[in-house]
Write a protein that binds this ligand. Structure first.
Ligand SMILES: [Zn+2]
Length: 737
């Protein structure tokens, strides 16, 4: 069987956190490592998604071009995946020419088949900036909570979904101008009609066997009645719509992104070189014996189970997904992961805090994988699983066997005859050990086939539990003096169980698996022997498995014994817990209010943890610092032009109660800066003050007034603003560096 496996394209506007890893990349990697070990033909395809409004907006916010932004995050994201052993066959990016070409051609092919409906609709337009505004580009007052920075699609204070029409006093995020409505032409996918297509309907029958929540979302979209959705957008950043008269329009990011899987596959084969490779990708995408599997998070279900299959079906040549094992969400310490509040654990930070512990994180994230419902990562649970499972069960078993084998067996695998010669009173323990291993192997295989990775990992751990139990029941350390032959027989079994573990743990804990092999000195282990081991695991339902227990040859020289894992101490963990506490839901700064909050929150908890919560929250009040941003290289800092400047005049801005218009002396020139500090300072008190000005910030029109730079202020933990002031001796215009 040929497996074409994809993992959701990460959006290149930020680094990767634990939720992403648990959501689809780790499961995809485990599944694919398993397929490879079985000797299947398999590709794991991924890459960064680099288009869409959010990228353009973030770039604007950070004062760089969208390309600079995605370059930076592509590099960082790719490194995180490499660091955690996520083995993509190919990791591409949607900004590459090959993707633009593939997506354009795909669009044209559907266009020529008459799939799209052309529609003229009214949309908000910024006359000053001369462009249409995506919902995110419109700011205004939220009709629900009166927050004045609500977006056209959502209010981030109260969480309401909004449409731009609902905003009070809408304004453009580009120029501040009031947007007007203008008509524009776009190309819509008539999803209601396409859902009736023959190919799509045949595909829809597969969905019945998928995960409950995937099927649930699929059915609810279909049953609600699908609506036509525009596949083009009036935007600058993206893949230009390849039609005459469509200037200034790009493909909808959710049209082009999944096609990224196809272009990445094309690119992969191009890089392989050779004449046939230009066509090889088609075998993978277009031949009916390919199993197309999409690993994604639940927020992408509609795109991967409805829209993408629909356009694949309309194109006509492609296979449709065989399985979409979407995960639900991973929460963090009982709260949703929030990148804006930095309530997240970033992969690159994890490796700084806990270097070399990639497999530990892989293990814990798989043990709590949100396969059927949301799950919660906490540092205490992480510590408990590392210490009580990896250290105490798997690590301890392998280490005991290794140390005892060096001590009692001269550092070599004993003779197989020693196992057969075990005395009758030990036979039941031996029988139970192999029975447990046989059934765990059969279960492991069956669970992996059903994408139940969480239970599969637990089945893998049963091998080491069986080994530990056997050692505890046979106690070779007590027998060795009286009966060295029996001790050797016991350790022979122990060593073979270690070898089974090395193979079984490979998909889940790749570097641990290698370490076990290394300690066993198992140079005879090959891809072929692994393949036989896995093939051997497949047992027909109802049949009892009898697997070959002998993997290591007698007399094989063992490597040095070393601990596979070390315990996580409270001291290591405390700073990490503290950091997350600071980013959890902000509470009022008044201590009284905070205590009240924690009482309310923990109603359902017992009194003991109630007290603990209260204490934690109070502690948080005392030091609620914003976390330090990811580090930057000196050349990035050098791009900022910071100057000493002096405020010469200050006045309120008509009709804007937050804004002050400041006249600024830079020594060599006079400037105007509009600053949102009117509620913090009286204009009269500011004249004569020396301040720090970011002098090369792109000028921006605020309330019709061009603002040329930004004055730096510090925000105290209590929310009070104070100026970052240069020394009185500093002259206006002086460079700060
Ligand atoms: Zn609101």
């Amino acid at each position: 069987m040929r497996y074409l496996v994809t993992a959701a394209l990460p959006y290149a506007n930020g680094p990767i956190h634990l939720g992403h890893l648990a959501g689809c990349y780790l499961p995809a990697d485990i599944f694919v490592r398993w397929l490879k070990a079985r000797g299947e033909e398999v590709l794991l395809i991924c890459g960064t998604d680099e288009h869409g409004v959010a990228i353009e907006l973030r770039a604007r916010k950070e004062g760089c071009t969208p390309m600079e932004l995605v370059d930076r995050y592509y590099t960082q994201i790719k490194k995180s995946f490499d660091d955690f052993g996520i083995e993509f066959s190919h990791f591409s990016r949607t900004s590459r020419p090959i993707h633009h070409e593939t997506a354009s051609n795909f669009f044209l092919s559907l266009y020529e088949k008459g799939v799209f409906e052309e529609r003229v609709t009214e949309q908000f337009y910024d006359v000053e900036a001369g462009q249409f505004l995506a919902d995110r580009y419109i700011l205004g007052v939220c009709p629900r909570c009166s927050y004045d920075q609500a977006y056209g699609d959502q209010c981030e204070r109260c969480g309401s979904s909004l449409s731009p029409e609902e905003l009070i006093q809408p304004r453009s995020a580009l120029s501040g101008a009031t947007p007007v409505r203008r008509s524009t032409r776009n190309w819509f996918l008539p999803m209601d009609k396409l859902a009736e297509g023959k190919v799509f309907r045949a595909y829809a029958e597969r969905v019945v066997n998928w995960r409950t929540h995937v099927r649930g979302q699929f059915n609810s979209w279909i049953n609600q009645g699908l609506m036509a959705r525009s596949m083009t957008r009036d935007l600058n950043w993206g893949i230009p719509v390849p039609l005459k008269g469509a200037e200034g329009k790009v493909l909808y990011v959710w049209f082009d992104a999944p096609i990224g899987y196809i272009s990445a596959t094309r690119e992969y084969f191009q890089l392989q070189g050779g004449a046939h490779n230009e066509e090889a990708w088609k075998t993978w995408w277009q031949s009916p014996d390919t199993q197309l599997v999409h690993f994604i998070g639940k927020d992408n279900i509609v795109f991967h189970t409805i829209i993408f299959p629909m356009i694949l079906a309309e194109h006509g040549s492609y296979v449709l997904p065989a399985q979409v094992p979407a995960n639900e969400f991973l929460n963090l310490e009982g709260e949703k992961i929030s990148t804006s509040r930095n309530h997240a654990i970033w992969l690159h930070e994890y490796l700084v805090d806990l270097p070399g512990r990639q497999d530990e994180l892989r293990y814990v994230l798989t043990a709590i994988a949100p396969e059927s419902k949301d799950s919660d990562f906490t540092w205490l649970d992480y510590q408990a699983r590392v210490n009580n499972e990896l250290v105490a069960i798997l690590g301890n078993f392998v280490n005991r066997v290794m140390v005892l084998s060096h001590k009692f067996c001269g550092g070599r695998v004993p003779d197989a005859a020693s196992m057969n010669a075990l005395p009758p009173e030990l036979q039941p323990a031996l029988e139970a050990c192999w029975f447990e291993i046989d059934s765990a192997r059969a279960e492991l295989y069956a669970l992996l086939s059903e994408y139940r990775l969480r239970e599969a990992q637990a089945a893998m751990m049963r091998l080491s539990r069986a080994g530990n139990k056997f050692l505890a029941e046979t106690e070779p350390w007590k027998r060795v003096k009286e009966d060295p032959q029996t001790a050797s027989g016991i350790l022979y079994v122990g060593l073979q169980v270690c070898a089974h573990l090395a193979v079984a743990s490979t998909p889940f804990l790749p570097s641990t698996a290698q370490k076990i092999s290394g300690q066993l000195g198992w140079t005879a282990r090959t891809a072929e022997s692994d393949r036989n081991w896995w093939t051997d695991c497949a047992v027909a339902p109802g049949q009892r498995a009898r697997h070959n227990p002998h993997l290591l040859a007698a007399e094989q020289v063992l490597g040095a014994a070393a601990h596979l894992f070390t315990p996580i101490t409270d001291e290591q963990l405390q700073p990490l817990r503290d950091r997350l506490m600071r980013s959890s839901t902000p509470v009022s700064h008044a201590t009284g209010a905070s205590a009240q909050f924690s009482m309310k929150e923990s109603d359902k908890e017992n009194k003991e943890s109630d007290k603990e919560n209260k204490e934690n929250n109070m502690e948080m009040d005392e030091k609620q610092f914003v976390p330090v941003k990811p580090e930057v290289a000196y050349p990035d800092f050098e791009k900022l032009d910071l100057r000493v400047a002096q405020i010469k005049s200050a006045e309120r801005v008509e009709g804007a109660d937050k804004l002050l218009k400041l006249g600024i002396d830079l020594g060599f020139e006079q400037r105007v800066v509009v600053s949102g500090i009117a509620q913090h300072f009286d204009p009269e008190g500011l004249v004569g003050l020396k301040v720090v000005l970011l002098a090369n910030l792109a000028p921006r029109k605020i309330r019709g007034q061009m603002s040329q730079g930004m004055i730096l202020l510090a925000e105290n933990v209590d929310g009070r603003l104070v100026f970052a002031k240069p020394d009185e001796d500093a002259d206006p215009g002086a460079v700060i560096r």
